[in-house]
Design a protein around this ligand. Structure first.
Ligand code: PLP
Length: 398
């Protein structure tokens, strides 16, 4: 059997297993150390009561002959799609049709799978540093994405590249830098995409953390974006669904690509074909839980969780600044991005922080070459752990 040789071009392991390996080795050598993990971006607050209640009710329905459900619609149940259309889009002046929304079991899969509908020869650009799945999933398929560098000079929100590309991945609010694209920046991307016949893949997994109401939450708030952008959303960070699993992708019917004969094909029909062939729908119980995140109680409870994490982010920004660090992000995203102390490489800083403060973060280099020399701390933790971690960091570096 001949293997997919492109896998050999991937880094040896995904970022988080390597972090886990180093933490386990440290913990084995220092069994009494109380290590605080501000590394992996996983939520820590339990599911909101309104969501738990809806999921319990859905489980009960599944246990009754009269209300039991087998396979559901592959694109998602109308009760969830209607809630998404109303709360995420109509409320912000955007009209998205029900059949333009594809409910799934996570944005990791969506962001990794979407490249299947691009030509193998498609030129792909990815901002750097960013969530590693965009690059790795394209490398697996035999493409070598072009990296567009984010840096301090451009506030980690790079401009469109000079060269035309077929597809560009944008992530705002950004993982890992915690920075957010302004309306003007998104307008530039949309104008550039339309001028170059480029498709934008806009990952808005952290949209719920935007605290300034004037900032766009969806790329479709920018006129023209429905002709050139696909948007990814997830309930993971918005509603604490990292372990429950639910997300969706918006593929407007007006976004098109060229077939080999030069004919325009709707990406919506391609994705519908792909999605219904390889996916049998997210679980009914999970979709009932996701829909409950939009109920008045669900919104109030999940917004309170986000406010709790964002207060953590504020404390991290304040504590790191007091310890002398140069920081970015953390205002519209649960991540704070810092320049490493004394110009250390990001993995050296990882080891230093673990060794001296017993705090785990994520090395910037794991998110791409432009992340070297930077480090990500996440606001997902208890208040007590955040305060303890900051106290240690201030003692060691302040
Ligand atoms: N997109 C970004 C930018 C993320 O940071 C993450 C998770 O950390 C995901 C997507 C994955 O989300 P999900 O839990 O829906 O798979």
């Amino acid at each position: 059997m001949r293997i997919n040789e492109h896998y050999a071009k991937l880094p040896a392991s995904y970022l988080f297993p390597e972090i886990g390996r180093r933490v386990r080795a440290y913990q084995a050598a220092h069994p009494d150390a109380k290590v605080i993990r501000l590394g992996i971006g996983d939520v820590t607050e339990p599911l909101a009561p309104a969501i738990v209640e809806a999921m319990h009710a859905a489980v009960s329905e599944m246990g009754e002959r009269a209300t039991f459900k087998g396979y559901g619609p592959e694109q998602g149940y109308d009760f969830l799609i209607d809630a998404i259309r109303e709360h995420d889009y109509q409320a912000r002046g955007v009209d998205i049709a029900g059949d333009e929304i594809f409910v799934s079991d996570g944005s990791k899969c969506d962001s990794g799978n979407i490249q299947e509908i691009f030509a193998v020869a498609a030129r792909v650009a990815v901002t750097d540093p960013v969530y590693p799945v965009y690059v790795d999933s394209n490398v697996m398929a035999g493409r070598t994405p072009m990296l567009i560098e984010g840096n301090e000079a451009n506030g980690f929100q790079p401009e469109p590249p000079k060269e035309p590309v077929d597809v560009v991945y944008l992530c705002s609010p950004n993982n890992p830098t915690g920075t957010v694209a302004t309306r003007t920046q998104l307008e530039k991307w949309v104008a550039w995409a339309k001028a170059n016949d480029t498709v934008i893949l806009f990952d808005a997994a952290y949209e719920g953390y935007i605290s300034d109401p004037s900032l766009p939450h969806s790329i479709y708030e920018i006129p023209g974006a429905k002709d050139c952008a696909i948007e990814l959303r997830s309930f993971s960070k918005r509603a604490g669904f990292t372990g429950v699993r639910c997300a969706f992708m918006v593929v407007p019917k007006t976004v098109t690509g060229l077939d080999p004969s030069g004919k325009r094909v709707s990406l919506n029909s391609l994705w519908a074909r792909r999605h219904t062939t390889k996916f049998n729908g997210a679980s009914y119980v999970v979709q009932r839980g996701a829909a409950a995140a939009y109920s008045p109680a669900g919104l109030q409870q999940t917004n309170a969780q986000i406010a709790f994490y964002m207060e953590n982010a504020r404390l991290i920004r304040e504590g790191l600044t007091a310890a002398g660090f140069t920081i970015f992000g953390g205002v519209h995203a649960p991540y704070v991005w810092l320049r490493t102390a004394g110009g250390a490489t990001s993995w050296d800083f990882f080891d230093q922080l673990l060794d001296k403060a017993q705090v785990v973060g994520t090395p910037g280099a794991g998110f791409g070459p432009a992340g070297e020399g930077y480090f990500r701390l996440s606001a997902f933790n208890s208040r007590a752990n955040i305060e303890e971690a900051l106290g240690r960091i201030r003692r060691v570096f302040g």
